[in-house]
Design a protein around this ligand. Structure first.
Ligand code: BEZ
Length: 327
């Protein structure tokens, strides 16, 4: 009888998906646009393993890298409807729907990769996440990042004015479009997976990119000059569908929120630790290598500031205040 009761209880649990520990077993799907060996994809895999362990094997996360589930705009839509559970995504896509997030792209707000990490860990940055369930239909658990943005091009430049008329690939989002428009290049918005071919076949003259990918995806093979500008940080955010979140127990929310936040935060440490190694690697390829600072961009920075002071509202001033404190 005892055995029979235990079996019946087990069967009932299987039907309802409830484990002996009281956790409802879930198979989550997490999408990203980055390729399998990328820092973000590895962090997503680590999050899945940590969640599986913390839930006693009840929860699993299947990671879909390299845009298998669509581009970021498509994945954000899927998160909104609950068709996708989770994503590690550029703030770029979020900023297309919640303009306050454009404040993160203020040129030279961060002095370097360490400063960028500190800004992304600030209360001002965290507070911005609070609006996401209401404005975008997603829960933001925390920030990660890729490295600082650089320009890889052909022909070199003494100042941004020398790039006038060149087609430079940018990530498709408004803050960076406004920046490149401000110094007269022809910005060419293009998602990450299309960049290699576009550079290789001459569809663009150069790209806005980070050091990890310039080196790791061999973009340097199709351009002769690296301009290390460090002109912007490039934040990432760990997202859970607000619909999926609403269906989770308090216990699962706490577990997922904590583990996902730790996973995205770990990318900040990775870029701080490895940015210089990747920059050195690019230098070692033998392509021409220049270093430039804010002066390279002339008054483009002020032009950007004028546009985004209005669009990003208080977010720009609060992030700037945090950046100043953290210097
Ligand atoms: C990009 O669009 O340049 C990009 C996207 C995700 C990670 C790194 C770079």
């Amino acid at each position: 009888m005892k055995t029979c009761n235990a079996l019946m209880a087990g069967a009932a649990m299987i039907v309802s998906g409830l484990s002996a520990s009281g956790v409802v077993a879930e198979e989550f799907r997490l999408g990203l646009i980055t390729p399998p060996p990328h820092v973000w994809t590895l962090a997503a895999e680590e999050f899945g393993a940590a969640l599986n362990e913390a839930s006693g094997g009840e929860h699993s996360v299947t990671v879909f890298p390299a845009r298998q589930l669509g581009n970021e705009a498509e994945m954000l839509q899927q998160l909104q409807t609950g068709a996708l559970d989770m994503s590690f995504m550029t703030i770029a896509e979020v900023s297309n729907r919640a303009p306050e997030f454009g404040a993160f792209y203020a040129p030279y707000m961060a002095n370097d990769i360490e400063h960028a990490a500190a800004i992304l860990r600030s209360d001002a940055a965290r507070e911005l996440l609070e609006q996401l369930p209401g404005t975008v239909g997603v829960v933001g658990v925390g920030y990660g990042s890729a490295g600082m943005r650089q320009i890889l091009t052909n022909g070199g430049a003494d100042s941004a004015a020398d790039l006038t008329g060149q087609k430079i690939r940018i990530t498709p989002f408004e803050p960076i479009l406004d920046f490149y428009n401000a110094f007269g290049v022809a910005p060419t918005p293009m998602p990450l997976p299309s960049v290699f071919d576009a550079l290789a076949n001459g569809q663009v003259d150069g790209i806005d990119m980070d050091a990890e990918l310039i080196l790791g995806l061999s973009y340097y093979e199709h351009a002769d000059t690296m301009i290390q500008t460090n002109h912007m940080m490039f934040p990432m955010v760990g997202l859970v569908s607000a619909r999926v979140w609403a269906g989770l127990s308090e216990e699962d929310r706490a577990m997922i929120g904590e583990l996902m936040a730790a996973a995205v935060d770990s990318t900040l440490d990775t870029y701080v630790a490895r940015e210089q190694e990747w920059l050195d690697g690019i230098r070692a390829t033998g392509i021409s290598y220049q270093e430039a600072g804010p002066e390279f961009f002339g008054d483009a920075i002020d032009t950007w500031e004028a546009i985004w002071t209005e669009r990003a509202g208080d977010a720009l001033s609060s992030l700037r205040a945090a950046a100043a404190e953290l210097e």
